[in-house]
Design a protein around this ligand. Structure first.
Ligand code: PDD
Length: 286
């Protein structure tokens, strides 16, 4: 497998980064995950805009290692054998003697590779997950897509140790998002999801689902559900570039809504998302 590193295309085994890289030492680094269908990138422009926003938010100067990401992404997407997968892009503040302050003029480290999608999920269980509620122990800039993911790592591990797939994160009694996904809940006749703020990562899949919901005439309210509202929700689902749109069937071991089966709003949105993916694959939509 060829990976992109600082302007070169090299086999993954021989791609090396300095032990003094600030991504390694401080987690001083941001990233993106871009889904690919039929070699075409889903919402590439939005993903690259978010990468730029993350870099700006942490004061990374792109002139310290210029790159034309669309060219890199196109070449990576071409390498995917089935045409489907995800692209991973990472930018660190580069290698420099260890001190917290930004180094003067260290070139950024740029890394990217393509990961094939592990066979297209089939059957209804493929788009279902279970979840547990956890205190949101992350920092207050969750809108920055940084690789400093220790809190998310611990939260996912806690979910797994409690027999679930995803952790739904509660801060000030609001369920804002998941450890690796955004969260939607049908509360009464409205689809609720947290508004964009520094408390969530503004998911690109979330944006697509909001557009699809608008097209289907589903009433949406961008307000994070409380713990009580979530436990009374008729349907709950999550969205992300890797999981796409997945129904949450159980929370803390209790079935969601009507017996923990996929609800009608989820099924409509899931089906609309499959159509959207096909259109991306055909080059009719981005
Ligand atoms: N994570 N919120 C968090 C905390 C996430 O980590 C992610 C995705 C999302 C959904 O964003 P998007 O729809 O743009 O993928 C929300 C990626 C997939 C990851 O870290 O692998």
């Amino acid at each position: 497998m060829l990976v992109y590193l600082n302007g070169d295309w090299i086999p993954a085994d021989s791609a090396h980064v300095s032990v003094f890289d600030r991504g390694f030492i401080f987690g001083d680094s941001v990233y993106e995950v871009i889904p690919v269908y039929g070699h075409r990138r889903l919402r590439e422009a939005a993903h690259l805009a978010r990468l730029k926003a993350s870099m700006t938010a942490v004061g990374m100067d792109e002139r310290l290692r210029p790159v034309h990401w669309p060219t890199v992404c196109a070449r990576l997407a071409e390498t995917l054998p089935s045409g489907d997968g995800t692209l991973y892009l990472q930018v660190t503040r580069g290698a420099a003697p260890r001190q917290h302050a930004f180094p003067a003029n260290a070139p950024l480290t740029l890394f990217a590779y393509a990961r094939p999608r592990v066979s297209e999920p089939t059957g209804s269980a493929a788009c279902e997950v279970t979840a547990v509620l956890c205190d949101d122990i992350r920092w207050a800039r969750c809108d920055i897509k940084t690789t400093s993911l220790i809190a998310n790592v611990l939260l996912v591990q806690e979910a797994l140790s409690r027999g679930a797939d995803e952790a739904l994160l509660v801060r000030d009694d609001r369920v804002n998002e998941g450890a690796v996904s955004n969260v939607f809940a049908m509360c009464g006749d409205r689809l609720r999801t947290a508004p964009r703020s520094h408390l969530i990562l503004g998911g690109i899949t979330r944006d697509v689902v909001l557009e699809l919901a608008a097209g289907l005439g589903i009433a949406v309210e961008e307000r994070a559900p409380s713990r009580t509202e979530l436990s009374g929700a008729r349907e709950v689902f999550i969205t992300s570039s890797s999981r796409e749109v997945a129904a949450v069937t159980h929370i803390d071991g209790r079935p969601v809504g009507d017996g923990g089966v996929q609800g009608p709003v989820f099924r409509r949105l899931h089906s609309a998302f499959q159509t959207f993916k096909e259109e991306v694959r055909m080059g009719r939509r981005m």
